[in-house]
Design a binder for this molecule. Structure first.
Ligand code: SF4
Length: 284
């Protein structure tokens, strides 16, 4: 089970996205998948290239649209383990509407966001995760906006699996992705993945100094939503680990009548000439 392919990533040396790629490959192998059981769907941005760097089905979609495509793939073939991925600009700006609705829908896919608090591919503009006061070429006097708080947003939208990690914590990140893949419902994993080229504030050292591991908080209970929210607010969102998981709520697929009968890809759609013409007529 080798999820590596022979495509050499063209990320900058030191980019946090390398570790996320490795973690996905390890997690997929650890849960016993074969490459043909996995689909990685990505949006646009440096991190969006990840779908081309993993030996699996892959689809590099358009900006902010990894989730609609990933949901379509999962609905058509429930036998696939589906990962959607992208950056914080992709998921929390142009794709935010899809993110919230996928969360509340609780569709059974894992969404991995590579959060570098900047737009890297377009050479360094302020993103929805950039801190207030953050200076870039798009905010030369410092951003006057509040950053999105994705974990708190996910909790309020009804998420059933919310986790956060740091790209250098490869072991923890791999374990979280494995848990997300096994979770029956939507799992959101936000990964602090430093952009070494354009973000000179949120560096590896900055994260090491500012992140708190939930495993170091005595008695932390990830099944307690209220505690999860309070902990996030207390630490300004800068925590890593499994923040919240609800294993009781059924997934979107489990609630859909008839969905369990057969994957759509195996259904006989009877699209011979006559049926196809009839279908086209309905849209004329
Ligand atoms: Fe990574 Fe930043 Fe380089 Fe993009 S620009 S590949 S995010 S280090």
């Amino acid at each position: 089970k080798d999820f590596r392919n022979n495509v050499k990533p063209n990320w900058c040396p030191g980019c946090g996205d390398f570790s996320v790629q490795a973690a996905i490959q390890r997690a997929a192998a650890n849960v016993g998948l074969e490459p043909e059981n996995l689909a990685v769907i990505s949006g646009i941005g440096c991190s969006g290239r990840i779908s081309g760097y993993i030996n699996s089905y892959g689809f590099h979609g358009i900006h902010g649209r990894s989730l609609p495509i990933a949901q379509g793939v999962k609905m058509a073939n429930r036998d696939l383990t589906v990962i959607a991925s992208g950056g914080d600009g992709d998921g929390f700006a142009i794709g935010m509407g899809h993110t919230i609705h996928a969360i509340r829908r609780n569709i059974d896919i894992t969404y991995i966001v590579m959060d570098n608090q900047i737009y890297g591919l377009t050479k360094g503009q302020t993103s929805p995760r950039s801190a207030t006061g953050f200076k870039t070429k798009s905010t030369p006097q410092g951003s006057v906006e509040q950053p999105i708080a994705p974990m708190e947003m996910a909790l309020t939208a009804g998420a059933t699996f919310v986790a956060q990690s740091f790209s250098t914590d490869l072991k923890d990140l791999t374990a979280l992705i494995e848990a997300g893949m096994k979770h029956k419902g939507f799992s959101l994993i936000n990964v602090f993945s430093p952009c070494v080229t354009y973000n000179k504030v949120n560096t590896y050292d900055w994260f090491k100094e500012n992140l708190t591991k939930l495993s170091d908080i005595e008695g932390y209970d990830p099944s307690n939503r209220e505690e999860a929210m309070q902990t996030l607010m207390k630490h300004n969102g800068l925590v890593t680990g499994l923040i919240y998981q609800n294993t009781e709520r059924p997934s979107y697929q489990e609630l859909l009548k008839g969905y369990s009968e057969a994957p759509l890809v195996e259904a006989d759609l009877q699209l011979d000439g006559a049926h196809f013409d009839k279908l086209v007529e309905e849209f004329m």
